[in-house]
Design a binder for this molecule. Structure first.
Ligand SMILES: [Zn+2]
Length: 153
């Protein structure tokens, strides 16, 4: 399975990474059709995001503003998150999985599928790995949905 990611979303991610401290994680929310079948937009972290070497927390108010704007623009919904990993592989950490599971357990959010893009930025060319978390009955299944090199130039 390969997750389609719009070129504009990849450019937005590359732009955010280029303008960020490479020793700290950065990221943002992903938006697209509500079934999570593809990624159309990748928001930035927002001015009040918290960046650590092994952690990242989005700016919630900024993300909500982006969600409203993108829903108006093309009816996009919040479908997942992207973030960087500093000198560790682009696989979800225990903390990442805990966060994703929490979003999926939130009935108000109503996620049956949650997308995660993780970008390992320590390599000379960053590697982007796509992940899909799906609910199957009472179980959450994590699937790899493709990797690609991310062009930062
Ligand atoms: Zn992570």
């Amino acid at each position: 399975m390969r997750l389609p990611i719009d070129a504009a979303a990849l450019e937005s991610i590359a732009l955010t990474i280029r303008s960020s401290d490479p020793r700290l994680e950065t990221g943002g929310a992903l938006f697209g059709p509500s079934d999570g079948s593809k990624v159309l937009h990748a928001a930035g972290p927002g001015p009040r995001a918290e960046h650590g070497p092994r952690s990242f927390l989005r700016d919630l108010a900024f993300t909500q503003h982006e969600a409203g704007r993108l829903y108006q623009a093309d009816r996009s919904h919040w479908i997942g998150e992207w973030h960087t990993h500093v000198d560790v592989p682009p696989t979800p950490s225990d903390l990442d999985l805990h966060t994703y599971a929490k979003h999926m357990a939130d009935r108000d959010l109503g996620f049956d599928r949650f997308l995660a893009l993780i970008i390992a930025i320590s390599e000379s060319q960053p590697i982007l790995a796509a992940w899909i978390l799906e609910r199957h009955g009472n179980e959450l299944i994590l699937m790899q949905a493709g990797t690609q090199l991310l062009d930062l130039s």
